[in-house]
Each structure stands twice: as structure tokens, then as C-alpha cells.
Write a protein that binds this ligand. Structure first.
Ligand code: PEP
Ligand code: MN
Length: 344
């Protein structure tokens, strides 16, 4: 249920509605909008009677939300959500570019990569420190040491840190070192991790599982929102299909569909989505045209020697080509490229 307040409702009116929701044993979620405040209600098992709220002072209407995902749906919040991260943002007119290596491999590697990326205007530095690998024998990441290097590299270049949180055990360290918590494809269905992150007040970048439907993905996002963490960014990273010539099939249908269903920002990761560096530029361009709010791109100084995902990583010169192509493209989709402010 959604209680939509009148444009001239007072904060007292809003408080009284929230109080009534709590008295019913339910949870109110205040959703500020451009014109008016709305209050989402969760915790009810069956349908609620709109008459419970309809006659309260300041209430415009009480409406049922038809989708199983509530707080992340457009029905509940018609305006696009913008996630603010210092002076950088995701979901606004500026195209968000998150770039960096699959894994942090050494201090020198991440610092050199960060300096190169910052020069091109990138504002978000990625790098895995706790890596969820398919093989237990594969490189598992530098863990705490990797986080330390990543933080240092980002701070030196005025960038924000995006890194994966693999489990609840490592969460305190990841929380301390990062600005955005990445939930990987393998963890999208890890409901205890989602619940734990829902209790934090730090943005979460929620990647799509390679076997998740759009609805399952939005329900995973709802786990976060239902516990009060509304700072959620969705990231399409390809799904598993019968096609063996690419690592995954990048589902660009998801972008305009999510934009209809949800107010959350949507990013696209063409690196994992294709698994091939030579397909990254065209699919990144396609993602922007499809309406993505930004991109996540894997970049490596020497892909041939990368400890993970070298084959899909762009070299610095190819990354610069991508940024130049995006510069040409963004005016057509009414966006602008990021311009990094050092020290931002
Ligand atoms: C990654 O971003 O390096 C990663 C492991 O991504 P995904 O969870 O999408 O496979
Ligand atoms: Mn990777």
C-alpha cells in the first residue's frame, strides 16, 4: 500500500500517518518526491484497506501497489532515484563510469590504474579484494591488503571506491574501505547478506545473478529497501544462455524494462556481459543508447598477465578510446560525461 500525501500536507500530517502505520504493526517508508511525499507500507501479509488512511488529514489517496516489489517500484516513486556519492552521482544526467581491474593485484597496479582512469574523468574506481571465484584454486584476492591499496589509490586520485562484499564475515572491513558495496552475481540470491546490507546506510550496487529473472532481481533489491537502505543501484552483467561464444548474453532488454518498472538507477557491465574485450566498446555504447545510467568496465594495465578476467579487460589505450566514443555519444541521449575533480 502507498499513502500519497497532498502537496500541502504538513510534517505533522505525515508523522500521524506514519504513527498509524506503526500502531498497526507495520513499517512506514517515507518517500520524498518532487511534488509531494508518499509513504510506502510494508509488513502486511494480506491487502490493506485504503479507508484506514483515506480520511486522514493531508492524505490525497491510499493506493494498492500491484507489483510484488513495492519500495523499488515506479508505482511507489515516479521520480528517478539519484544516488549521491560525494560530488559524484549515479542516476542523474552525468553518465556514471565505474572502472578498474577485476582484482586488485598490487599497490602499484591499482595506483597506476587509478591515475590513468582519473585522467579520463572516471569518478568511481572498482577492484575486487574478496573475490568469489568458481575454482577454489584460483586467485581469491588480496583481501584486507587489497582494500587498503584500493582505498589509497582512490583517495590519491579523488575517486570513490566500489568493491564486492563477498560475505557477512568480511563486511566490516569492506564497509570501512568502500563508498559503494557491490553484491556480485553469485550473491544476488544470498538473502542473509542482503538483509545485513539492508541495515547499512551505504549504497549497494546489486548485480543481476546470471540466472535471475527481472522480477527476482527486483525482489532482491526489495530486501535491501524493506530494511531501510534505499540507496540501490542495479547492474546488468549478462545472463547465461545456450550461446557459448560469449561468456554471458548481455540482456539489454533489461535496461528499458527496469526503467519502466523501477525508479532505481541501472548500470550495465559489458565486461562480464560479453567476457570479451573486443565486444566491450560496442556493447557499452549500446547500453548507453538503451538508457543505462552508467557503465562498469574492467580495465587492466596488462590484460595478458591479469590474475582474473584478463580476456575481458580493456587496456588503457582501448579504455581511452571507449571514453572518447562515449563523449561523442552522450549528447544524443541527453547526458554528459563525468569530469573528475581531483580531491572530490
Ligand atoms: C566482478 O565484478 O568482478 C564480478 C565478479 O562480477 P559478477 O558478480 O557480475 O560476476
Ligand atoms: Mn571480473
Amino acid at each position: 500500500m502507498l499513502v500519497v500525501m497532498k502537496a500541502d500536507a504538513t510534517s505533522g500530517d505525515v508523522d500521524r500517518v506514519q504513527e498509524k502505520i506503526r500502531l498497526l504493526g507495520l513499517v512506514p517508508h517515507k518517500i520524498p518526491g518532487a511534488e509531494r511525499v508518499a509513504i510506502g507500507i510494508t509488513g502486511n501479509r494480506g491487502g490493506l484497506d485504503p479507508d484506514l488512511f483515506q480520511s486522514m488529514t493531508g492524505v490525497l489517496e491510499a493506493v494498492r501497489v500491484s507489483k510484488p516489489f513495492k519500495l523499488v517500484s515506479r508505482e511507489v516513486k515516479p521520480d528517478d532515484s539519484v544516488i549521491q556519492c560525494g560530488t559524484a552521482s549515479i542516476g542523474g544526467p552525468e553518465l556514471a563510469v565505474i572502472a578498474g581491474p577485476c582484482s586488485v593485484e598490487s599497490r602499484q597496479q591499482i595506483i597506476e590504474t587509478a591515475e590513468m582512469l582519473a585522467e579520463t574523468g572516471v569518478r568511481f574506481l572498482r577492484g575486487g579484494a574478496f573475490k568469489p571465484r568458481t575454482s577454489p584454486y584460483a586467485f581469491q584476492g588480496l583481501k584486507e591488503q587489497g582494500l587498503e591499496y584500493l582505498r589509497e589509490a582512490a583517495d590519491r586520485t579523488g575517486m570513490k571506491v566500489v568493491t564486492e562484499v563477498k560475505d557477512t564475515e568480511s563486511l566490516p572491513e569492506v564497509l570501512a574501505a568502500s563508498d559503494i558495496l557491490q553484491v556480485g552475481a553469485r550473491n544476488m540470491f544470498n538473502f542473509s547478506l542482503l538483509e545485513r546490507l539492508g541495515d547499512e546506510r551505504k549504497p549497494v550496487l546489486l548485480k543481476r545473478s546470471f540466472a535471475a529473472t527481472i522480477e527476482e532481481w527486483l525482489m532482491a533489491a526489495e530486501y535491501l529497501a524493506s530494511r531501510g537502505n534505499y540507496e540501490i543501484i542495479l547492474c546488468e552483467r549478462g545472463i547465461r544462455t545456450f550461446e557459448p561464444s560469449t561468456r554471458n548474453t548481455l540482456d539489454l532488454n533489461a535496461v528499458p524494462l527496469l526503467k519502466k518498472l523501477s525508479h532505481l538507477p541501472v548500470l550495465v557491465d559489458p565486461s562480464h556481459g560479453t567476457g570479451r574485450w573486443d565486444l566491450v566498446i560496442p556493447m557499452a555504447q549500446a547500453a548507453v543508447v538503451a538508457g543505462a545510467d552508467g557503465l562498469m568496465i574492467e580495465v587492466h594495465l596488462d590484460p595478458a598477465s591479469a590474475l582474473s578476467d584478463g580476456y575481458q579487460s580493456l587496456r588503457p589505450e582501448t579504455f581511452r578510446t571507449l571514453m572518447a566514443r562515449l563523449h561523442d555519444l552522450v549528447p544524443f541521449v541527453k547526458r554528459r560525461m563525468p569530469v573528475a575533480a581531483v580531491g572530490a
